[in-house]
Every structure is written in structure tokens, then in C-alpha cells.
Design a protein around this ligand. Structure first.
Ligand code: NOJ
Length: 576
């Protein structure tokens, strides 16, 4: 199934994007510098970004055609969610061939052209790597099933006999993150009921057994395949899940979902995973241009997250504690402090993220009372957008690297009223799963025009794999471009300023200044200048001394005779 670029036609690897000065140190903090330490990385969800051929599904040529938009937006790198050969049981996070592009998204030549064009525009490309599990259609798993008990391929996954008199009960009590048991029973080639296999996610996503040396060998080879293609890094899916506790012990609790992310589990955040990342780091370091890896690691604490980014492991880890924080000054200050403090001893940059393809968009989270990252209510749209814009300016003023999710620059809300029959999230169909409503943040982007799919596809009136709300005509890139009050122009200004003012992203510390309740005031200094950020998370305006000259504000703001009023739910950047 692997799509090989015939040797003769195989393009030479796309040259890495121009590297930031290597081996230099930040003037203030003494920390090593690298392009990724303060990079703004934009997540493209390929099926929902841009559809070049009008089949209703976004694709790689579509992404390629929109790269100038991303360059103009001012981001440093693009992370692409999976576009590999996949039956799409979990929107591509079920990979059948790690070295092939799914025909739905294009070809390897399209991937190559995308990487080259991105580099020519000064954008880096990060691809998703899914090492915890494959698709059940992966050749190894298919052979393991076909060859039956005793197949050597079974040792690359977790096949186990069932419990009970006839093996009719699962081997242990683990539950799938998507709901239901984490085990599915197989049928032997002769039709009799067989062993069970482990899948922490959907049954179509069997977990690899990383104790088997062939699994590690294969993934080191996959890393090299994409590094040779010229990618600048990897986002590592379920980075905390690869190693399971020996013997796969029972959890002994039926509240698994409550424990997730709050406790060390026998299938998550086991210390053995770190040895894997040490071998990967050595491979990444062999390549020129500072290739990086970012861990999707849900751990109980930021301190445990820091283990993934020790100097000889991965470069960054998503800060899900930050993503899960409510719009509350005190809570935000605490998570900012603990995140920075956790990363300092390992010399890794902190990262910040507000939205991604697995959680309710922050414009909708903040439109509702605090309630986790899966919100099903539309909430107060105006309030949500106002807070979302303020939250973004706060995030982009913090030291470290920030992740943006496609469409947040348009202020898109979640689509909370998708009809059940159009939903595709596998966890929606498995009762009691953790997620279930992730389609709401995956609706294709509105680019232009009055009629759906609003420029997502080439033809007005053409299809889109999820329907877009009619009101998105007013949120398109075309409508927002040039409107100084639009969210798109706010992002563009913020990202331009972030490049001009190194104090915004560089370093490892913020200096907190005195502030009234519900308000955060912090200072950021660099050799190139100083800067203050004021954030009012409260519902009332707050009068205060103006710290300097206004650079940018999430909502209308003025400073008169040294005084200013911080509007409710707003952020202002000040040059001082
Ligand atoms: C995390 C991904 O972000 C999510 O979309 C996916 O369902 C799970 N990992 C399983 O791969």
C-alpha cells in the first residue's frame, strides 16, 4: 500500500526552512535560542481547511493554495493533522500506512510540493505522528488477524486471552477513552471466538506493543522517511500512552474517565516512554535546521509534562492545563506561574494553547459558565468572542511558543447544533466516552462568498463534509480582511507586533505588577524593549494608571492624561 515515489522521480528533500541563529543565547535569560522556542504554530486540520477538487473534503493542494494566507497571517510554522492513508475511523488518527498520503488528501508529490512551497514562504511544516496505535487495516494487524493465534505479528499489538470460563470477558478492566471497554474480541480464522486486543481509543485503533523491537524500528524509520521529505518536526499523538504497565494490571476503579489526566494510569504516563523519546531526539538532532517534536501528553501535573521535554527528549509539550483554565485572572496567573516554573529546570519553552481539534473552541467555552473543554451550549456569543480575543492577546504576550487552531483567527465558535446524522466523531457513537462532540470544532472554514461552502471548495453550492452555519458568511476571511475591528485583523496585528517586539515571546519569565481583583498586569523585558500587558477578566471596567503607549487592544481602548480604563473582558498591550 505504500506510495513510493519512484526513485528516479523522487524529489530531493525540500531544504529546511531558514534556521534562526543556532547556538546563540537569549540576551536576557541566557536560555539557548532556537526558532521553536517562541514560535507561533498554526494547526491545520486538513479535511476542514481548503478543498481543491470540490469533493467536500479538504486536501493537501487546498492547504498549499492557502499558504500565502498563513504567511501573511504571520505564523512561523504549520502543524498538519494526519493526512496519511487511513479508513478515517477517527478522522485520520487511525493510520493504515504511515508512508502514504490518503487519496482523499492527495499524493506524496502533493505533500512534497506543500513542504517546498511552505519553505519558500519561510513557513515550517510539522506533521502528526501516531505511534500509540495503528488502524485495524494496517498490514501488520490484518496479518495478525488472518494468521490467527500464534502469528508472530500478534506480538506487535496487545493480544490476550479473555477471562471467564470461555474467555468471554475482557482481559482487564480498562476502558476506551471513547467509551466502552478498551478490548475487542477477535474471531479465529476457523470462525471460533478468539483472543482480545487492546485499543485505548476506537476498536479500529489497536494499540501497538512497544516492548516489541519491531515497533520501535518501524517508527524510527517512519521518522526518517518524513525528515528526508523535509518536514521540520512532528506532533506526537498520545505521546504519554506508548508504554503500558507490565502485566496490564486492572485499574480497579470504574471512574476511569474522572481519573484521566489527574492520576498516573497503568496505560498513561509510564516512565518507560521517555527512553523512546531519547532515541527519537538523537534522530532529530542528526538532521540540519533544528527539527523538533511536540508531545501530546496528558499528564496529571505540569511537572510530569516537563519530563517529556528534558534536554535529551522532545522539544515541546502541549500545555493542556492552560487550555483547561477558565477565564479567571487568579486561575490564569497560577497556571502561567506553574507552567513557567515547571519548564525552567529542563530549559524547555513553555507552550500555550487555547483551542484544537479535540476541544470546544475557546470562543464557545468562554461564552458559557466554566465547564471543562467539551461544551454543548451555544452560550452568549458576544461575550465569548470578546473574551476569546482578550485571551488570545494574553496568550501571545507570554514567553514561549503558542499554538493556534485554524479558524480561531476568524473568531469562529463551535457549531453546537450539528444534526446527529452528520456527525463523524467516533466517540459520539460510543456511549459514555470522554469526548463525543468534537465535530463542532471541525466544521470547514469560511473563506469567501455568500453561499456555502463559502470558498472552502471551488464551487458555490458545492459540498462540505460537515455543514457550515449560514451566519458564517459574515465571518469569512474575505469579509474580515481590511476591517480593523475584525478578529482576523486583530490576529494579524498581534502576530506582526510579536515579530517586531521580541519581548513578547522570548525569555522564560513574566514580572507581575500590582493589580486589582480580576486584573492581571505583567511586564516583559528584552534587550529590544519593554512591554506591559493588562488583562481584565472581570465584568466591570477598571480605571488605572496607563502603563505606557497602547500598542494593541482586544477591544476599543484609550489612554488620556496618563489614565486608562480597562474595559470588561479585555486585554491591552503597552509599549513602555
Ligand atoms: C489525540 C488526537 O488529537 C485525537 O483527535 C485522537 O482521537 C486521539 N489522539 C487518538 O489518536
Amino acid at each position: 500500500m505504500t506510495q513510493n515515489l519512484a526513485d528516479a522521480s523522487r524529489p530531493a528533500a525540500a531544504a529546511p526552512a531558514p534556521a534562526a541563529a543556532l547556538g546563540t543565547a537569549d540576551a536576557n535569560s541566557g536560555e539557548p535560542r532556537g526558532w521553536w522556542r517562541d514560535a507561533v504554530i498554526y494547526q491545520v486540520y486538513p479535511r476542514s481547511f481548503a478543498d481543491s477538487n470540490g469533493d467536500g473534503m479538504g486536501d493537501l493542494p487546498g492547504v498549499r493554495s492557502r499558504l500565502p494566507y498563513l504567511r501573511d497571517l504571520g505564523v512561523d510554522a504549520v502543524w498538519l493533522s494526519p493526512f496519511y492513508a487511513s479508513p478515517q475511523a477517527d478522522a485520520g488518527y487511525d493510520v493504515a500506512d504511515y508512508r502514504a498520503v490518503d487519496p482523499m488528501f492527495g499524493t506524496l508529490l502533493d505533500a512534497d510540493a506543500l513542504i517546498r512551497d511552505a519553505h519558500a514562504l519561510g513557513l515550517r511544516i510539522i506533521v502528526d505522528l501516531v505511534p500509540n496505535h495503528s488502524s485495524d487495516q494496517h498490514e501488520w494487524f490484518q496479518r495478525a488477524l488472518r494468521e490467527g493465534p500464534g502469528s508472530a505479528l500478534r506480538d506487535r499489538y496487545h493480544f490476550r486471552p479473555g477471562q471467564g470460563t470461555d474467555g468471554e470477558l475482557p482481559p482487564n478492566d480498562w476502558e476506551s477513552i471513547f467509551g466502552g471497554p478498551a478490548w475487542t474480541r477477535t474471531t479465529n480464522p476457523d470462525g471460533t471466538p478468539g483472543d482480545w486486543y487492546l485499543h485505548l481509543f476506537a476498536p479500529e485503533q489497536p494499540d501497538f506493543d512497544w516492548d516489541h523491537p519491531a515497533v520501535g524500528d518501524e517508527f524510527r524509520s517512519i521518522l526518517r522517511f518524513w525528515l528526508d521529505m523535509g518536514v521540520d518536526g512532528f506532533r506526537v499523538d498520545v505521546a504519554h500512552g506508548l508504554v503500558k504497565a507490565p502485566g496490564l494490571p486492572d485499574l480497579g476503579s470504574h471512574d476511569q474517565l474522572k481519573l484521566l489526566g489527574n492520576d498516573v494510569m497503568p496505560f498513561f504516563d509510564q516512565d518507560g516512554v521517555h527512553e523512546i523519546y531519547r532515541t527519537w531526539r538523537r534522530i532529530l538532532d542528526e538532521y540540519p535546521g533544528e527539527r523538533i517534536a511536540v508531545a501530546e501528553a496528558w499528564t496529571p501535573t505540569v511537572e510530569r509534562t516537563a519530563n517529556y521535554v528534558r534536554p535529551d527528549e522532545l522539544h515541546q509539550a502541549f500545555n493542556f492545563q492552560y487550555l483547561g483554565t477558565s477565564w479567571d485572572a487568579a486561575e490564569l496567573r497560577t497556571v502561567i506561574d506553574t507552567s513557567l516554573a515547571a519548564m525552567r529546570p529542563v530549559h524547555a519553552p513553555a507552550t500555550w494553547v487555547l483551542s484544537n481539534h479535540d476541544v470546544t473552541r475557546h470562543a464557545t467555552r468562554f461564552a458559557n459558565p466554566p465547564g471543562g473543554t467539551q461544551i454543548r451550549e451555544r452560550g452568549d456569543r458576544e461575550l465569548g468572542l470578546r473574551r476569546a480575543r482578550a485571551a488570545t492577546l494574553l496568550m501571545l504576550a507570554l514567553p514561549g511558543s503558542a499554538y493556534l487552531y485554524q479558524g480561531e483567527e476568524l473568531g469562529l465558535p463551535d457549531v453546537t447544533d450539528l444534526p446527529d446524522e452528520v456527525r463523524q466523531d467516533p466517540s459520539f457513537f460510543r456511549a459514555s466516552g470522554q469526548d463525543g462532540f468534537r465535530d463542532g470544532c471541525r466544521v470547514p472554514l469560511p473563506w469567501s462568498g455568500e453561499q456555502a461552502p463559502y470558498g472552502f471548495g471551488p464551487t458555490a453550492g458545492g459540498p462540505s463534509w460537515l455543514p457550515q452555519p449560514a451566519e458564517w458568511a459574515g465571518l469569512s476571511v474575505e469579509v474580515q480582511t481590511g476591517d480593523p475591528t475584525s478578529t482576523l485583523e486583530l490576529y494579524r496585528s498581534a502576530l506582526t507586533l510579536r515579530r517586531e517586539h521580541p519581548a513578547l515571546g522570548a525569555g522564560t519569565a513574566v514580572t507581575w505588577l500590582d493589580a486589582p481583583a480580576d486584573v492581571l498586569v505583567f511586564r516583559r523585558d528584552s534587550a529590544a524593549g519593554s512591554f506591559v500587558c493588562t488583562v481584565n477578566t472581570g465584568a466591570e471596567p477598571v480605571r488605572m494608571t496607563a502603563p505606557g503607549r497602547i500598542l494593541l487592544a482586544s477591544t476599543e481602548a484609550v489612554a488620556v492624561e496618563g489614565e486608562t480604563v480597562l474595559a470588561a473582558n479585555s486585554t491591552i498591550w503597552w509599549a513602555v
